[in-house]
Design a binder for this molecule. Structure first.
Ligand code: SAM
Ligand code: SF4
Length: 326
């Protein structure tokens, strides 16, 4: 197995797989309230197709897999896929990004299937704020899954997107979760993609100031906790860490280590570029493993250098986040 470097010298070893664009929630910055047109089932990669692609891509140095969506647990058999992928030689870790609700009481089963880490998206602890943000979600269920994941000993991160006019008051209470338990709480700056372009981002500096006032001066943590771009700090007396993912305020493209596979089988080379290749067509037209491997290798080599959210690039991503996988 080799390391795969792109033309900018970045080592690509992390694959995010969106296994469905469907979701049980409707977060205001991610999906519309109604009128969602989902990809037809026949257009979505089967679990066998996903497993084959992962097997091929481990030959290029992919080691870490994250399942996302839409809501990955909204696809029937999601944990069977976790099990199949964990048996692929070369796969070192399988994680999932989930809103947690459909995972409630299934965390033990997920761990047995091979899940090692869970990122659970919780944008508010106050039930009515959470319900407003998710258009109807019940935060107590997400919190129950969070507790179960900690008890099972999974690596747990809470993902929170600060949105003006929605969850300003929730950020300190959410960060407090990392005071009580050895988990990471990460604040993800809203990206102007899909419905995110219609909501107002709360910049990183404002969140950091709010937390400093509540918990005191943090110290740099220096650890990475997984394979993502977050920068972590520790506040006094915290068991866990607080991370900031500031794609917009502090672009981190220079250290990007990932590519994405969409539910309909496109290999996406950058979150904010449409550039990619149609692996589903190759799979369904009978391509050999070697042919797919060579195509993926040259596509990764040509991965865009940066996302350029606010510049006029010609191939900006226009789809909503549930279709891309976050
Ligand atoms: N349904 C799962 C969940 O919510 O965790 C997985 C898919 S969701 C698209 C993945 C992550 O993307 C979530 O943490 C969500 O908060 C985040 N997200 C969605 N839209 C975003 C946007 N415009 N900017 C930043 N993060 C976004
Ligand atoms: Fe669903 Fe996740 Fe998008 Fe919320 S952020 S609507 S939970 S896919």
């Amino acid at each position: 197995m080799r390391d795969m470097l792109d033309k900018n010298g970045r080592r690509i070893e992390y694959l995010r797989i969106s296994i469905t664009d469907r979701c049980n929630l409707r977060c205001v910055y991610c999906m519309p309230e109604s009128g969602v047109s989902s990809i037809e089932h026949a257009q979505i990669l089967s679990f066998e197709e996903i497993t084959r692609l992962v097997r091929i891509m481990t030959g290029l140095g992919i080691k870490h897999i994250r399942l996302t969506g839409g809501e990955p647990m909204a696809r029937r058999g999601c944990l069977d896929l976790v099990q199949s992928l964990s048996a692929v030689p070369g796969v070192e870790s399988i994680s999932m990004t989930s809103n947690g609700i459909l995972l409630k009481d299934k965390v033990h089963q997920a761990k047995l299937a091979g899940l090692s880490a869970l990122n659970i998206s919780i944008d508010a602890l106050n039930p009515s704020v959470y319900s407003r943000l998710t258009r109807g979600g019940d935060v107590s269920q997400a919190l129950c899954t969070l507790r179960q994941a900690v008890e099972e000993g999974l690596h747990v991160k809470v993902n929170t997107v600060p949105i003006r006019g929605f969850n300003e008051e929730e950020l300190t209470p959410i960060a407090h979760l990392a005071k009580e338990a050895p988990i990471c709480v990460r604040f993800i700056e809203l990206m102007p993609i899909g419905y995110g372009a219609q909501a107002e981002r709360i910049p990183y500096a404002e969140v950091a100031q709010q937390l400093r006032e509540a918990f005191g001066a943090p110290v740099e943590d220096g650890q990475t906790y997984g394979h993502g771009p977050a920068r972590y700090v520790r506040y006094p007396d915290f068991k866990g860490a607080v991370g900031f993912i500031s794609a917009v305020s502090h672009e981190f493209c220079a250290s990007c280590n990932r590519v994405r596979l969409t539910a309909d089988g496109r290999l996406k080379l950058c979150l904010n570029h449409t550039k990619g290749i149609d692996l589903r067509a190759m799979l369904r037209q009978g391509a050999e493993d070697r042919e797919i491997l060579d195509t993926v290798r040259s596509a990764i080599a040509d991965k865009p250098g940066r996302h350029a959210f606010y510049e006029s690039i010609r191939d900006h991503e226009v789809r909503s986040m549930n279709a891309i996988g976050g």
